[in-house]
Design a protein around this ligand. Structure first.
Ligand code: NDP
Ligand code: 2IT
Length: 444
């Protein structure tokens, strides 16, 4: 059995009930086959792949908190510190009822390669809880965040592990988490990113993941002789990533006709009204059913279904495995040119294969959504020098990082005879830097 197959089998056996983690490991290791084969004996002797796919540390803890009626609830908190080979652990905190150890491990594993691709000195980690912020009062969210941080604070620090936002964790949650960390540790440091602008946050961090997705998509399209201007775009999700992807796509001259949440989706033939979306989702925290009140010409559908809408560019920006084989068959039938992932692993493995086999330009999330964490690293730099950069400075750096990232993965794909396969390109390019650091640092 090849070394890659051996390690895939071992991971599946030793981590039962974690299908998303298996999926992420399989995808990366399959891409790495040509790289591993060149050094198979040395890598096997040094257990390099076992060290790559097993987290350095995983922390699981109890999070008790009291609701507005005096009822005590107990959630589970996680922080998986996956790899510190190239820098301190860095990655978001997901608050969603679907969170379990396998989901956090898949996200932490992806983060290692993504962070490497940014070109910045950040290792990979991820955390979160099965707590659901939806429908909770601000006081309940604060109570949860304070309890969560009272344990997490023992394991993080501005030079060791720097969490940030993800699904269900936005500016409000980061604020409460930061306040509690500061109180418990007595330290005003850049221990979290995505902070408010009045206490060390970076301009453009809120926009960064969505904007970065469009910058890299634009560069890929440009290199293939296409332009975003005038194109029809479909987006799923209506959270942080989706909102700013829609905003930047429209600034670049595209028309975005859909968005969604976990209960339904909206089709707006005149293009999504971003101001209305921000009002509904960021300020009022309501459902997308509200959208028709702002835009009477739009249509609301219950359930999933964004991908039946004909488009040139599809941007899945909600969650993992939301874009299935049936969905991509419809996209291809409708003449899609490009699919770029705003979410982490939103495309199922068979759907990814189908897109690649049909010559669709496809950017995997670990490359195309890296603008968020890259800008988090810029926030860390600003915190270290105790300065603030302007929106234009941060945005210009973000754009440069995303353009460079595209050429980096394009080059890696070409070097291994996989031209145009950005899944392989991203996995190989991300791996090269991490493995170099791992080998230099010895068996640790
Ligand atoms: P938000 O919580 O701001 O928004 C998430 C959106 O996705 C909401 O519209 C939500 O709908 C929808 N959604 C979440 N879970 C599901 C589900 N199980 N089924 C259907 N819809 C769902 O999160 P973000 O925008 O920050 O994150 C979106 C994706 O982008 C995630 O995969 C995240 O890991 C990834 N990402 C985020 C980055 C960031 O900086 N925030 C950086 C890089 C990647 P509803 O409100 O109804 O739950
Ligand atoms: O998946 C991701 O890259 C994020 N949720 C952002 C992580 C970060 O540290 O900004």
């Amino acid at each position: 059995m090849s070394y890659v197959d051996e390690v895939i089998a071992k991971i599946e056996k030793e981590n039962p009930g974690e299908p998303e983690f298996h999926q992420a490991v399989r995808e990366v290791l399959n891409s790495l086959r040509p790289v591993i084969e060149k050094n198979e004996e040395t890598y096997r002797r040094d257990a390099l792949l076992e060290r790559l796919v097993n987290p350095e540390r995983q922390i699981k803890f109890r999070v008790p908190w009291i609701d507005d009626n005096g009822q005590v609830h107990v959630n589970t908190g996680y922080r998986v510190q996956f790899s510190s080979a190239i820098g301190p652990y860095k990655g978001g905190l997901r608050l969603h009822p679907s969170v379990n150890l396998g989901i956090i491990k898949f996200l932490g594993f992806e983060q290692v390669f993504k962070n490497s691709l940014t070109g910045l000195p950040i290792g990979g980690g991820k955390g979160g809880s099965d707590f659901d912020p939806k429908g909770k009062s601000d006081r309940e969210v604060m109570a949860f965040c304070q309890s969560f941080m009272s344990e997490l604070c023992k394991y993080i620090g501005s030079d060791t592990d720097i969490p940030a936002g993800d699904i269900g964790t936005g500016a409000r949650e980061i604020g409460y988490l930061f306040g509690e960390y500061k109180k418990l540790r007595g330290l005003f440091t850049g221990v979290l990113t995505g902070k408010g602008l009045s206490f060390g946050g970076s301009l453009a961090r809120t926009e960064a993941t969505g904007y970065g997705l469009l910058y890299i998509t634009q560069e890929m399209l440009r290199c293939h002789g296409h332009d975003i201007a005038g194109k029809t775009v479909t987006v799923s999700g209506s959270g942080n990533v989706a909102i700013y992807a829609i905003e930047k796509a429209q600034q670049l001259g595209a028309k975005v006709v859909t968005c969604s949440d976990s209960t339904g989706w909206v089709y707006d033939p005149d293009g999504i009204d971003v101001a209305a979306l921000k009002e509904i989702k960021e300020r009022k925290r309501l459902r997308l059913t509200e959208y028709a009140k702002y835009r009477p010409q739009s249509v609301y559908h219950e359930g999933r279904g964004v991908w039946v809408t004909p488009c040139d560019i599809a941007l899945p920006c909600a969650t993992q495995n939301e874009l299935t084989l049936d969905d991509v068959k419809t996209l291809v039938k409708n003449g899609v040119t490009a699919v770029a992932e705003g979410a982490n692993m939103p495309t199922t493995a068979d759907a990814t294969d189908y897109l690649l086999q049909n010559g669709i330009l496809f950017l995997p999330g670990k490359a195309s959504n890296a603008g968020g964490v890259a800008t988090s690293a810029l926030e860390m730099s600003q915190n270290s020098e105790r300065l603030h950069w302007t929106f234009e400075q941060v945005d210009a750096q973000l754009r440069e990082i995303m353009v460079d990232l595209y050429h980096h993965i394009d080059d890696a794909a070409k070097r291994y005879g996989r031209e145009g396969n950005y899944v392989d390109g991203a996995n190989i390019a991300g791996f090269e830097k991490v493995v170099d650091a791992m080998i230099s640092q010895g068996i640790v």
